[in-house]
Design a protein around this ligand. Structure first.
Ligand code: GDP
Ligand code: MG
Length: 764
């Protein structure tokens, strides 16, 4: 089967094109570096089925980042039948830089001039036939997003794949010409494929090439002795890069025309007279030096408010004041659904309530049915209090997870998140990271696993390790139920209607911990230079409905799959050890204290006493936090799943009359353990910062060298312990502040002092 590769800069629309051609639903994101591994699919609209490979986005074929190596090796070694070079037509200069390198390889090439819809919108026109002549390869204008002209692109590519093409270089007329010719001959003599490409890379003293052909390096060094460029001396790499850019700008001159100026997307700046696109004008505000971060925080607040608030329009207490019945026992469902005494619900909460009403109804139906069928009490307990209580309590947060991710996807796809990375770069730099590290971190809000894989876009190994370590602190979808449930409980305990404020604060706590942890690492064990941050800001556009739905569908699929495998099995096991004693006899709900789980919990819990959820809690069921946190090491959803199962047993023991359902039972259980507000916050912090789920741990293991992985496990345990105990101590006894703060101060000064005495050796 013929193999076609899609190659191009990050964010030029490769994945969008890949999805359009193959009918796949791969992840499309409006920022660079989303595809880090290659992906395959089939194109079936021609006589022959074609194998299409989506390569990671790259700016050049030099092996500086793992993606560049993947893409380069694929094109050189697997010899695709055609390379479709995708170019963002709104940014020709930058995109053609890669093209000039691809042209040097002996492979058929077709250029897909993508985003033509955006070019038109900006009132511009590109002279494609002339461009085609100047670059000597077929060029097809397309819009991957609107699926425009794709058939004609594929026809041209198929045509091209039938003919051999010999690479040519745009450096033929430059001062490095004779060196390149000489090296090319050497490679030809050795019978190496793609001699021209290798010759040029060797002239640049490219790392891979030097390693593979050490015997030819001498030639380059000799040439260096006599060579001298007026600007770049004998730095061939710089000379060549410069020559490529010069070639590009001379070749595209006059081929772009602003055909209409009355276009509403383009306006003249009053002061400077420069033409500004709509994107530029939006950016003047959103990436403003001072307003940028406050705007980002305001947007985050709005999102959390729309997702979690029970006092959406700040009408809290209004209903109560007017004597309208509230959502406690016995009010019709719509009232709980749309509003409570705390105010009007946000859309996220409404959806969650709707689902909870449904699952509560299902479980009461199940328990009725089982009772009528005279099923043994242990069996109905297993189904209702074990499987259903566990699964439903995890599921009850699904609507809010989806709503939150819908908002995140919109921010991402519109191009705003890339701006945030840009704004944050200035700040990140002070902590020892580049803005580039922000992108994997933001992905961490979804799931740590792809986020950790995405750190491959970071060039510096220490920056990469530090980023992988703090990614779990960006609370993922599975941790969200912990935040939401406990925030709800906290809001109850503190008599405070705004669970959204608590949830957002916990997210911010995670980010703050990440920043402080990076700062410490980059000044101690992970010292190193911060690589420069080069990222093109993508143009803004309205999020693609289809892409948003794909994101949500992915999330939902992942969740359902997990719920019916690992979470279900965990729930069954947890229920079993709640109802079994060490000598394998079945225990009733009221005997839960003799169960295996209780004794294990009691045994381990002294470790957590300094964190506020250990031995100081009720001896009857104070161990529930410890047990939940431990089950969370398998999957974070288990924390709430475990609470659901335990609450279903425990709550009925201290008040056999009351039969609260689902999450309400969990609240009652938690409040009866005697935990303090500070202890509860410490509990969330612990779960958020400690060793993440099994999947994330194994990803970290495969992405990091062995010794760094071990260090990472220790890092997670230590960080969560320190942060949680600090929260608990200061929250419960404020005066401990005067002991803890000086301790931190001394530690910080110690690090500062050490670094002053031992500065980083440059070029070491
Ligand atoms: P990749 O990084 O090269 O894989 O790029 P993606 O396929 O992830 O797309 C990057 C962004 O460009 C996404 O937000 C797409 O919606 C957008 N995009 C892709 N193709 C087009 C197009 O033809 N026109 C416009 N206006 N936007 C596009
Ligand atoms: Mg991609």
């Amino acid at each position: 089967m013929k193999k076609f590769a899609l190659a191009g800069n990050p964010n030029c629309g490769k994945t969008t094109l890949f999805n359009a051609l193959t009918g796949s639903t791969a992840y499309v994101g409006n920022w660079p570096g989303v595809t880090v591994d290659k992906r395959e699919g089939y194109y079936k609209k021609l006589d022959e089925t074609l194998d299409i490979v989506d390569l990671p986005g790259i700016y050049s074929l030099s092996p500086y980042t793992p993606e560049e190596v993947i893409s380069r090796n694929f094109i050189l070694d697997e010899k695709p039948d055609c390379v479709i070079n995708i170019i963002d037509a709104t940014n020709l200069e930058r995109n053609l830089y890669l093209t000039t390198q691809l042209l040097e390889i002996d492979v058929p090439i077709v250029i897909a001039l993508n985003m033509m819809d955006a070019v038109e919108k900006n009132g511009q026109e590109i002279n494609v036939p002339e461009l085609e002549k100047r670059f000597r390869v077929p060029i097809v204008p397309i819009s991957a997003l609107k699926s425009k002209n794709l058939d004609s692109l594929m026809k041209k590519a198929y045509q091209a794949s039938k003919e051999k093409r010999t690479g040519y270089t745009v450096l033929a007329e430059t001062s490095v010409k004779s060196l390149i010719e000489q090296l090319t001959d050497q490679f030809k003599k050795k019978g190496v494929d793609n001699p021209l490409f290798h010759a040029i890379k060797l002239a640049e003293l490219d790392e891979l090439e030097v390693k593979n052909h050490p015997e030819l390096v001498e030639d380059v060094n000799k040439a260096k002795e006599t060579f001298s460029d007026p600007t770049f001396g004998n730095d061939f790499e710089a000379v060549i890069a410069d020559a490529r850019y010069k070639f590009i700008s001379s070749r595209i001159e006059g081929l772009r025309k602003q055909i209409s100026l009355d276009n509403k997307n383009v306006k003249k700046d009053k002061k400077t007279g420069v033409l500004l696109s709509k994107s530029d004008r939006i950016d003047k505000i959103l990436t403003n030096k001072y307003a940028g971060i406050p705007i980002f925080i305001a947007i985050l607040f709005l999102i959390f408010h729309l997702t979690f608030s029970e006092n959406f329009l700040f009408f809290g207490g209004l209903f109560e004041a007017k004597g309208i019945p509230t959502n406690f026992e016995g009010v019709p469902i719509v009232e709980g659904l749309f509003y409570t005494d705390a105010g009007i619900n946000s859309p996220g909460v409404m959806l969650a309530n709707l689902l909870n009403g449904f699952t509560d109804w299902l479980s009461s139906l199940a328990s009725q049915g089982l009772e009528n069928a005279n099923v043994e009490s242990w069996a109905s307990g297993f189904i209702v209090d074990g499987v259903l209580a566990g699964l439903f309590s995890v599921m009850s947060f699904l609507p809010q997870i989806l709503v939150l991710f819908l908002f995140f996807s919109i921010l991402e796809d519109s191009g705003y998140m890339a701006r945030v990375a840009f704004i944050l770069d200035r700040i990140f730099r002070r902590f020892g990271l580049s803005g580039r590290a922000f992108l994997p971190m933001i992905m961490g809000f979804g799931c740590s696993v792809p986020a950790m894989i995405n750190t491959r876009t970071l060039a510096d190994a220490n920056e990469r390790t530090a980023t992988i370590r703090v990614i779990p602190f960006f609370s993922c979808g599975a941790k969200l139920p912990i935040l939401t449930a406990i925030a709800g409980c906290l809001a109850n305990m503190m008599g405070f209607g705004n669970a959204d404020v608590i949830t957002l604060s916990m997210y911010l706590l995670g980010m703050l911990t990440a920043i402080v942890a990076v700062l410490i690492m980059r000044n101690t064990v992970m010292r190193g230079d911060i690589p420069p941050f080069i990222m093109e800001l993508p143009t803004y556009h309205l999020p693609q409905f289809k892409a948003l739905m794909i994101h949500l569908w992915d999330k939902l699929k992942h969740f359902v799959k997990k719920a019916f495998t690992i979470i279900l099995v965990s729930c069954i096991l947890i229920w079993a050890i709640c109802h079994l004693s060490w000598n394998w006899t079945y225990l009733e709900d009221s005997q839960i204290n003799e169960s295996i789980i209780a004794s294990l919990g009691m045994f381990v819990r002294p470790i957590f006493t300094p964190l506020g959820f250990g031995s100081q809690l009720s001896s009857t069921w104070g161990w529930v936090f410890v047990v939940a946190a431990i089950t969370g090491l398998i999957a974070k959803e288990n924390v709430i799943g475990t609470f659901g199962i335990l609450a279903a047993c425990i709550v009925s023991t201290f008040d056999p009359e009351a039969d609260p359902d689902g999450i309400e039972a969990v609240y009652i259980m938690i409040q009866n353990t005697g935990i303090t507000t500070a202890g509860l916050i410490a509990f969330i912090a612990f779960n958020m910062l400690t060793i993440p789920c099994f999947a994330a741990v194994s990803t970290a293991k495969s992405e990091l060298p062995d010794h760094k992985f071990k260090g990472t496990l220790v890092f997670w345990v230590v960080t969560s312990y320190i942060v949680s105990s600090t929260i608990y101590l200061i929250g419960n006894w404020w005066w401990t502040l005067f002991i803890i703060l000086p301790l931190f101060g001394v530690a910080a000064y110690g690090i500062y002092y050490y670094n002053k005495r031992h500065p980083i050796k440059k070029d070491a």
